[in-house]
Structures are given as structure tokens and as C-alpha cells.
Design a protein around this ligand. Structure first.
Ligand code: PLP
Length: 376
């Protein structure tokens, strides 16, 4: 099978070889060294400010989203959540479950965030003079917000939000900024120090391109300070414990050892080949190549502001679900179907993982053949 989904994605040969070995015992100085290197490279690739820490959570990306909400926010916070799709909805649900007061900033699927969407929640003195904004509609008209949560690439729709817009807004309003960059890390530029990001989250099965099972949180100084102050009511996702163990390159519980070795191989490989910038360029070129090949096909770009990681396509006349199934069953290719209201109209093609332009060619040939057979 050729895999164009957004995770799990195809791994390179080195990563596959590591996966073929038995997991080594991990309470050793040798494994600790690898973990400390993982932390160092993650801090570096995320552009984390001095004094930042990285923790590796055994669990998929959502585990780190939940760890962030539980360990870094509490009932005294007032959070804004950018909600433009199913991952934004997940942050809302987490705030609800853990009793964090929050206001969703509801965006229509496929639409990019703009200044006018944020303006009603701006309580800074230097409010931007964008469009006219009706005040009083926001539930946060009195009492200031304290935090903002965003999935910087809303993978469900393929929209990459404007980090500069969000960053400026958070700085003006003094908001603690939690960024789920699970599918954006290594595919679009992200720099914690430059953008004032307090927490960045990613996961093993996206652009890190190793099997699922580990998620990663890079915590800046303000996030570390919050872990001291806030008591999470959870043993497994307790960041204080993870940070303490991490000081010596260890984890509180048995981690996904093999996946962490695979992450190490990938981080070292990226470091040896020009760092995140060149990895991002590679993904960008793959995405551009794919988009240039399909301009005459009966699909429209669904995202107003596409990421490099994914091309989400809208189909008016053909069922997106049927395209997914036909490619899977008749051509040996996985693309990503959509759920919910978009299931029939939108499908997504990922550009992450071990893919080449020849693979784009194979996919586009399959799409053309499929369309031809159905009389399009
Ligand atoms: C993949 C992804 C997640 C995490 O999903 P898991 O299934 O828990 O790994 C979260 N947010 C975004 C934006 C994602 O792309």
C-alpha cells in the first residue's frame, strides 16, 4: 500500500530496521543518553527559549493535549479555544471535562482565522483597529482571558492558522499560549521563542514519521512555572513527575521504548541533513508538486490557507468516501477520508512521511484512471 494519509505515515528504512528489533531494557545510562539527546534536539527544532524542557508521553497526540489542559490550566483560567474543526473541538471537550472555563472561537470549516475573529476577545488597550466589532457578544466581556489553545494546523480541514496573528494577539493580551502542532511540526515553520509559544505539542506518527505511540511536549519557562503551581489529578499524565524523571533521561513508567529510539534516529537524521528547515522545504515541495498535478481535476482546494502537510480537496459531484474506498481497494493507495458533515464532500491527501514525487505521480494517475472509468 502507498500511504498518503496524515498518520500513521510511511517510515524510512532506518526507522523500519529499528522496529524489527526487540525493545531493549531502558533503565540504563545508554537509554538515558538517547532520551537526553531527544530532548536537546526537540528543544532546538522547536526554537524553544532557554530553560525549556521536553517531555515524551507514551500515548497518542491527544494524551499530550490532555496533559496540557490538566497540568497547565486550572479553574481560575479563562481560555479561548480556536475551534475550526474536529481537533479544535477536542480541546473544547478537554476543557469541559477538566473544568476549565473556556470560550470557543467558532470558525467555519475550511476558513482561515482572521483578525476580526479575534477582535471581540481583545481586551488590550491597543486593540487593533480592524473592522468594526460588535462588543458584548462575547461571554468574556468582563474578566480577562488568561490562555489560548489552538491546533495551529487544523488537520481535519487542512487549514494552517496564522501564527503571527495569534502570537501578536496573545502578547497584547498576556495570554498563555498552548499550540497543538501535532501535524505542523516539521511541515510548516514553528518557532516557540519568536512566537511566544508556551507549549508546543507534536506526535510520533505525523511528520516525525515513526509509528504511533509517543507524543511530545516542549514546555517553555512559563509552562514549567505552571506545572509547579497546578496539581493535576492524574498519575499517568502528571507533568511534574515526567519532568523530574526527565532530568536524568528517564520516564516515570515504561515508555514506548522502540518508538523513542525511532524518534532519535529521525531527529538525528534531520539534524544531519540541514535541520527542520530542509525537512519543511522537502514537504513543501511535495505538496506543491501534488497541487500542480491536479489543477485540471474536478476538485477544489477546501482550505483557505493550506498547510504543507495536507491538501484537502472538495468534490461536488463525486462522493469523497467512494474515492477513498476505490483508491484503497482498486489501486492500493490510502488517502484520508473525512468524518461528520464533510464525509461525502472532502478528502485529504497527506504529504508527510517517506514519500517522493514519483508517488504523487502514481496517486494522480490512479485518480485520473478512477475518474475516467466513472465517466468524468
Ligand atoms: C493527529 C492530530 C492529533 C492527535 O491525534 P491522535 O490520534 O491522538 O494522535 C491532534 N491534533 C492534531 C492537529 C492532529 O493532526
Amino acid at each position: 500500500m502507498l500511504n498518503f494519509t496524515v498518520g500513521p505515515v510511511q517510515s524510512n528504512e532506518e526507522v523500519l530496521q529499528i522496529g524489527a528489533q526487540s525493545a531493549p531494557y531502558f533503565r540504563t545510562p545508554e537509554f538515558s543518553e538517547i532520551m537526553l539527546e531527544n530532548e536537546r534536539l526537540m528543544n532546538k527544532f522547536a526554537g524553544a527559549p532557554a530553560g525549556s524542557r521536553t517531555v515524551f508521553i507514551t500515548g497518542s497526540g491527544t494524551a499530550s493535549m490532555e496533559a496540557a489542559v490538566m497540568n497547565l490550566l486550572d479553574g481560575d483560567d479563562r481560555a479561548l479555544v480556536i475551534n475550526g474543526g474536529s481537533f479544535g473541538g477536542r480541546f473544547c471537550k478537554l476543557c469541559e471535562i477538566h473544568g476549565i472555563p473556556y470560550t470557543p472561537i467558532q470558525l467555519e470549516a475550511g476558513h482561515a482565522l482572521c483578525a476580526a475573529d479575534l477582535a471581540p476577545y481583545d481586551s488590550s488597550d491597543e486593540q487593533h483597529d480592524t473592522t468594526t466589532v460588535e462588543t458584548g457578544s462575547a461571554s468574556g466581556s468582563d474578566g480577562r482571558y488568561t490562555a489560548l489553545l489552538v491546533n495551529i494546523h487544523e488537520t481535519s480541514t487542512g487549514v494552517l492558522y496564522d501564527i503571527d496573528l495569534i502570537s501578536d494577539f496573545c502578547r497584547r493580551n498576556g495570554l498563555f499560549l498552548i499550540v497543538d502542532a501535532i501535524s505542523a511540526f516539521l511541515t510548516d515553520p514553528i518557532d516557540m521563542a519568536e512566537s511566544g509559544i508556551d507549549v508546543m505539542i507534536t506526535g510520533s506518527q505525523k511528520a516525525l514519521a515513526v509509528p504511533p505511540g509517543v507524543s511530545v511536549m516542549v514546555l517553555g519557562p512559563r509552562a514549567l512555572e505552571r506545572t509547579e503551581r497546578i496539581d493535576s489529578r492524574c498519575m499517568y499524565l502528571d507533568l511534574k513527575d515526567a519532568l523530574k524523571n526527565g532530568e536524568r533521561g528517564q520516564t516515570p513508567f515504561t515508555p514506548a521504548v522502540t518508538t523513542l529510539l525511532q524518534i532519535n534516529a529521525r531527529l538525528r537524521d534531520i539534524e544531519a541533513h540541514g535541520g527542520p528547515e530542509s525537512e519543511i522545504r522537502r514537504v513543501h515541495e511535495l505538496a506543491e508538486d501534488f497541487r500542480s498535478r491536479i489543477t485540471d481535476l474536478p476538485f477544489k482546494l477546501f482550505s483557505e490557507r493550506p498547510s504543507n502537510a495536507v491538501t484537502s480537496l472538495y468534490t461536488e459531484d463525486i462522493s469523497a468516501k467512494e474515492i477513498f474506498t476505490a483508491l484503497k481497494d482498486e489501486y492500493g493507495i490510502w488517502i484520508c477520508p473525512n468524518g461528520g458533515d464533510l464525509a461525502e464532500r472532502v478528502f485529504r491527501v497527506g504529504h508527510i512521511g517517506n514519500l517522493k514525487t514519483e508517488d504523487n505521480e502514481t496517486l494522480v494517475d490512479a485518480l485520473r484512471d478512477y475518474l475516467h472509468k466513472r465517466g468524468f
